[in-house]
Design a protein around this ligand. Structure first.
Ligand code: ARG
Length: 466
């Protein structure tokens, strides 16, 4: 083996690859971040190798010590990554073997194909847990903003046109629900990430008597019932990236959800709405217009959705038509995976921080919510209570709205005579419909934005997220 030649070329090749080949094929520039999980996997593999007699106890302890020492150096930024060693797996193994002769036995019955499949699964398992914590923080920020402003009512919109009044908390809790489904999807994905591929070898397992169950248990590949989770087909074990695509898909939908929240925030901090104010530290200025205060966190959260959706497309396309089993194409999975994980985590964190530093302009909300037109449907319901079919009630209130528009009055300023000119069923109590507090108190169906129901939902989420 020439000095610069990578471990994988020992024996078969006359020397190392051409410089531009090495540069084109290396992955150390991005897969170095798998180092912790690569070491974790190697220590477990070595432990199993000792158990089956491939390693002597002394060799196992030397390998474990060596790997832990390398881990310390990497953590301290003192480890020298070498591009000519291609990837994180060979960098660590080569350095270990340079220090510990028994390191040369570590790769027994293991291929980088099952090694990388293991590493990304271990990595993603941790990553999903951290992401779930971040999403829970964002949910808490939404619940907190809603709870602090529990009495605030705003117009709810359909078609971005004022529709019916809702509590601000109700609007914010809609996002909490979406985020909860995202958590469920991620947790479901976790169950398929949490399967151990080690022992699949390059494609066909090994002739050596590996103990896969023992290995999987060491690495915590166990489901909620305590059952060991191991891939059941070595070819699938080395070439399956479904779990990554599932994560990328769940991440893309999460990003889409956050982009909708971001868009609401962007609208609401505009002078046109003026419902929210973000603290200075969570906004940015304009280099030209001195008055500007921009909601850049929300805008970037919205914008970053593009790359996260793109990552999903890239991964699907990467896998499409790929013949069995491992192909080097699969090296392209990691940057997309890392980017989705990094992007959605940072986005969730920053959106939570921004919301925790956002105040509600109650005056502006109250002014917008006082629009009596928001209660036009309640007026139709009034007629329904008087026995009118809903379609006639809807028509009658439509005429009332036109009349109000023509006379330049608010819906709630029409006289009883004017109302009765449209429908005799209107009585003295008809205008009572426009009392906003009463109107909100009436909306007590499960899931409706009624006073009691929203308080109940806030309470449920506070408990669930504590
Ligand atoms: N860097 C490679 C990857 O990310 C590791 C596996 C390489 N395996 C191989 N047979 N060349 O997929």
């Amino acid at each position: 083996m020439t000095k610069k030649s990578p471990v994988s070329r020992s024996g078969r090749f006359a020397g190392g690859p051409a410089a531009d080949v090495a540069q084109f094929t290396e992955s150390i520039s991005f897969d170095w971040r798998l180092w912790q999980h690569d070491i974790q996997g190697s220590i477990a593999h070595a432990t199993m190798l000792q158990k089956i007699g491939v390693l002597a106890p002394g060799e196992l302890s030397a390998i474990t010590k060596g790997l832990n020492q390398i881990g310390k150096e990497i953590a301290a930024g003192k480890f020298l990554w070498k591009a000519e060693l291609e990837d994180v797996h060979m960098n660590i193994e080569a350095e270990l073997t340079r220090r510990v002769p028994a390191g040369a036995k570590l790769h027994t019955a293991r291929s980088r194909n099952d090694q990388v499949a293991l590493d990304v699964r271990l990595w993603l398992r941790d990553e999903i847990k951290m992401l779930l914590a971040e999403i829970a923080d964002l949910q808490r920020a939404l619940v907190s903003l809603g709870g602090k402003n529990a009495e605030v009512i705003i117009p709810g919109y359909t078609h971005l046109q004022r529709a019916q009044p809702v509590y601000l908390a109700h609007h914010l809790l809609a996002y909490v629900e979406m985020l909860e489904r995202d958590c469920e999807r991620l947790w479901d994905c976790h169950s398929r990430v949490n399967v151990c591929p080690l022992g699949s070898g390059a494609i066909a397992g090994s002739t050596l008597p590996l103990q896969r169950e023992f290995l999987a248990k060491l690495l915590g590949f166990v489901n909620a019932n305590g059952e060991v989770q191991i891939t059941q087909n070595s070819m699938d074990g080395v070439s399956d990236r479904d779990f990554m695509i599932e994560f990328a898909a769940a991440g893309a939908l999460l990003a889409v959800h956050i982009s909708r929240l971001a868009e609401d925030v962007i609208l609401w901090v505009s002078a046109e709405f003026n419902y929210l104010k973000i603290a200075d530290a969570y906004t940015t200025g304009s280099s030209l217009m001195p008055q500007k205060k921009n909601p850049d966190i929300a805008e970037l959260a919205r914008g970053k959705t593009g790359r996260v959706v793109g990552n999903l497309m890239a991964l699907l396309t990467l896998l499409k038509g790929l013949p069995m089993t491992y192909n080097r194409d699969l090296q392209e999975d990691k940057e997309r995976l890392f980017d989705t994980a990094d992007t959605v985590r940072a986005t969730a964190r920053l959106m939570a921080a921004m919301l925790n530093n956002t105040t509600v302009n109650k005056t502006a909300c109250a002014a917008a919510a006082s629009d009596p037109a928001l209660l036009a449907t309640d007026l139709a319901d009034y007629l329904v209570r008087k026995g009118r079919p809903f379609r006639s009630a809807h028509h009658a209130v439509g005429v009332v709205v036109a009349l109000a528009e023509k006379t330049g009055k608010g819906l709630n300023q029409l006289s009883l005579e004017e109302l009765q000119s449209v429908d005799q069923a209107f009585g003295r109590d008809a205008l009572g419909v426009f009392d906003l507090q009463t109107a909100m108190a009436k909306r007590n169906l499960i899931g409706a934005p009624g006073t009691k129901e929203v308080a109940k939902q806030l309470d449920r989420w506070r408990k669930q997220l504590s």
